[in-house]
Design a protein around this ligand. Structure first.
Ligand SMILES: O=C(O)C/C=C/c1cccc(C(=O)O)c1C(=O)O
Length: 327
């Protein structure tokens, strides 16, 4: 979040870093200034204009109202408020207008939903979308620093002929754990009664809310893969209207937040290793379905920590301060 604020040259007059009591007291260097990390208490939000939350849903539920009460705009990166009717759920390239309907809190969508919305919104606007079938290939970083370490440890173990031991992935709070190295895990977060995981249901519900269209049939499969940064998605859509493939490619190449990388003859297509650290969403492998008239497949890759979280939140803040006349 701090790195993204600096890369975007966000015009903050001062930066207040808040965290748990356990982290309070540490000092972070920001542009040569040593900024102390303070304990996140209700009083700590006095004088704060914009509060970027990314400390888990429980913290957001407890402290976001306290920040709003003290005059802050809260941009929350957790799912705590995403489906609350009065809270805008915003992907700036899709529904930036919703930012100005906030009542103190704006929610940042789930990382996998964000990148899919950036790629599909141009298609939705021109051709309409009846159905989405998406398989995600999600990086270990989406599950946190301990998951990244476990991927590396299990890889090292296997490469040295030892048996890998896992204690974090796929879901740290559950009993069963499996090594991610040289493996894929078709579980991200816990399973719900309908057989879909919470991560998959976020993609369904958040797509409906962001596009304000609950008619769209969304069928996700969320998979953890042995990648450190960058989520990839194989997306199949059925459009309402017929399309010409070249027109779709030109549309994607000229849409906000997207870069088209689609030159199979030269093996050009998005890859997480190349997307990591970058702001855009990358789209490629755009092709017409072989059997379904209005079927279209595409491959979508983005840095899950940037566009999937920090960048999307900072972009929301940029639009808000611009409206406030600061930018
Ligand atoms: O695991 C991933 O790749 C994405 C994880 C997202 C996540 C992890 C823990 C809690 C949450 C949450 O619900 O806040 C979220 C999220 O949807 O943003």
């Amino acid at each position: 979040m701090i790195d993204t604020l600096l890369r975007r040259e966000f015009p903050f007059a001062s930066l207040k870093l808040l965290a748990s009591a356990r982290s309070a007291g540490t000092v972070i260097d920001v542009r040569g200034e040593s900024i102390p990390v303070l304990e996140a208490t209700p009083e700590a939000f006095e004088g704060v204009d914009i509060a970027l939350f990314s400390a888990g849903g429980d913290v957001s539920l407890r402290l976001a109202p306290e920040a709003v009460k003290r005059g802050a705009l809260v941009i929350d990166n957790t799912s705590a408020y995403r489906m609350a009717p009065e809270v805008p759920l915003v992907v700036p390239e899709v529904n930036a207008h919703e930012i100005f309907n906030h009542h103190g809190i704006i929610a940042n969508p789930n990382c996998s939903t964000i990148q899919m919305m950036v790629a599909l919104y141009p298609i939705y606007q021109v051709y309409g979308i009846r159905r989405i079938v998406v398989s995600t290939y999600q990086a270990a970083s989406g599950a946190g620093q301990r998951a990244i370490e476990e991927l590396k440890q299990t890889a090292a173990a296997i490469l040295t002929g030892e048996s890998p031991t896992a204690s974090v992935l796929p879901v740290s709070k559950l009993e069963k754990h499996y090594p991610l190295a040289f493996n894929v895990l078709p579980q991200i977060d816990v399973f719900e009664a309908n057989g879909y995981t919470k991560e998959e249901m976020k993609m369904v519900n958040e797509t409906h809310k962001i596009l304000a269209d609950s008619r769209i049939q969304v069928t996700p499969t969320a998979v953890r893969v042995p990648v450190v940064y960058g989520h990839s998605e194989a997306v199949y859509v059925e459009t309402e209207k017929p399309f010409v493939l070249e027109d779709v490619k030109n549309l994607l190449a000229n849409s906000p937040g997207l870069i088209l990388q689609d030159d199979p003859a030269n093996q050009i297509y998005p890859q997480p290793l190349q997307a990591a650290g970058e702001f855009p969403v990358f789209v490629g492998r755009v092709r017409k379905d072989l059997f379904v008239e209005n079927g279209l497949s595409l491959w979508v890759v983005a840095d899950n920590i940037l566009k999937g979280a920090a960048l999307n939140a900072v972009q929301i803040a940029e639009i808000w301060v611009r409206q406030e006349g600061v930018l």
